[in-house]
Design a protein around this ligand. Structure first.
Ligand code: UDP
Length: 432
């Protein structure tokens, strides 16, 4: 229950629908409007209908504020708040059971954060597919590093995965053939690569993904249209990371010193002071025309797909990483937590389409005052991906080729298209 999981899940539901499957999204009341809006657009544009069913999220029962139904609305990043959220998530088990009993679908796709969904589905003889969100590369790496990093929860999720029917992966074969083979053939997992799901042709609403954009998308495009191709760096750290004021200051100074044009997304809220003393005096005025700051939620995919954007400074969230690949832009990798350090390796060492900023330490969602990346490292990395050089040219050409492969994978006859069809055919046989 986080934007980075819900966005691809909705795309996946659309994808199933385009293949003639009836899809229903199960969500909670405070997340429902977001899902409903997206689905409404799909219905208006293409006539495909997806049902929504809501189940109550027991936030108040576990001591969270009413309406706290998404990780990005946690009142704090204290372990206790996250633990309460997980407890409430676990309490969805019983209502899901009731819902499955009433609806009897042929298959349940549930996020890895609902390990118990495997047993609930099994009770009614329904196969459960696991959705992780991340790549074959990081799935395989996590499995190999298992002994060291598995917490109790991840162990439980892992065991549930082994008992489930298989895994659907938001990736495409050509991106990481060695790791798709490793995961499926060597590690013996049953998995289907069906992505990038954001390329599903029903997901054309690029400016409206996840949340309402904080900037008028036309204004944003107008700004980009005045720029030369591959001349703007886009900086965004996903939906959850809150950077400290001192880190934001280093970024601002780094961007100014890099002398490059940029769009920088700064998340508002959670401890951010309104007086904005996180940017150097006069910064925004000096950057007028050269740099655009979006406070809140950016139309990320729309921006990345614009030809003026030539580089992406990313926290390496699994969706952002894939979106960078699709857009064919070199990346500066700046992982912060979760699978992001694996995604960094995929981008910099396997695909060779990015350079690391030098992040060595996990910082939690609220950032870490004691650890920040300095402006010099930011200047150096940004210039490496955006300025004309042999290295940047090669990264860009590899990235563009991967973007093309991603599109082909989703077209009729492509690797992801075919794998999705194989999955659906298998499920059809299973359900008689
Ligand atoms: N996103 C967006 N605008 C923003 C921030 C994020 O559209 O201002 C989208 C982004 O395109 C991606 C998702 O939110 O699809 C974030 O997922 P990701 O896995 O990259 O990171 P997370 O938020 O889970 O850390």
């Amino acid at each position: 229950m986080a934007p980075g999981h819900m966005i691809p899940i909705i795309d996946m539901a659309r994808l199933f629908t385009t293949q003639g499957v009836k899809a229903t999204i199960i969500t909670t009341p405070f997340n429902e409007p977001l899902v409903a809006k997206t689905i409404e657009r799909t219905k208006t544009c293409s006539g495909f209908n997806i049902d929504i069913k809501t189940i109550k999220f027991p936030a108040v029962e576990v001591g969270l504020p009413e309406g706290c139904e998404n990780i990005d609305s946690l009142p704090s990043n204290e372990n206790s708040a996250r633990a309460s959220f997980m407890t409430a998530t676990g309490m969805l088990r019983q209502p899901l059971e009731q819902l499955l009993q009433d609806c009897r679908p042929h298959c349940v796709v549930a996020d890895m954060f609902f390990p118990w969904a495997t047993d609930v589905a099994a009770k009614f003889g329904i196969p459960r597919l696991v959705f992780h969100g991340t790549s074959f590369f990081s799935l395989s790496t996590m499995l190999s590093a298992k002994g060291d990093i598995f917490t109790k929860f991840l162990k439980e999720a892992h065991e549930a995965e082994v008992r489930s029917y298989g895994v659907v992966v938001n990736s495409f074969y050509e991106l990481e053939p060695a790791y798709a083979n490793l995961y499926i053939k060597v590690l013996g997992r049953k998995a289907w690569h069906i992505g990038p799901v954001s390329l599903c042709k029903e997901a054309e609403d690029k400016g409206q993904r996840g949340k309402e954009s904080s900037i008028d998308t036309h204004e944003c495009l107008k700004w980009l249209n005045t720029k030369n191709n591959d001349s703007v760096v886009y900086i965004c750290f996903g939906s959850l990371a809150n950077l400290t004021d001192s880190q934001l200051m280093e970024i601002a100074m780094g961007l100014e010193a890099s002398e490059q044009q940029f769009i920088w997304v700064v998340k508002k809220g959670k401890g951010k002071k309104e007086e904005e003393d996180w940017m150097p005096k006069g910064f925004e005025k000096r950057m007028e025309g050269k740099g655009l700051i979006i406070r809140g939620w950016a139309p990320q995919v729309l921006i990345l797909d614009h030809e003026a954007v030539g580089g992406f400074v990313t926290h390496c969230g699994c969706n952002s990483t894939l979106e960078g690949v699709i857009a064919g832009v070199p990346m500066v990798t700046w992982p912060m937590f979760a699978d992001q350090f694996y995604n960094e390796k995929l981008v910099t060492e396997v695909l060779k389409i990015g350079v690391p900023v030098g992040a060595q330490q996990c910082v939690n969602m609220m950032g870490n005052e004691a650890y920040s990346i300095k402006k010099e490292a930011i200047v150096k990395a940004v210039r490496r991906i955006i300025m004309v050089s042999e290295e940047a040219k090669e990264m860009r050409s590899r990235a563009k080729a991967l973007g093309e492969m991603a599109r082909r994978a989703m077209e009729k006859g492509g690797s992801s298209y075919s794998d999705l069809n194989a999955l659906i055919e298998e499920l059809k046989i299973l359900s008689g």
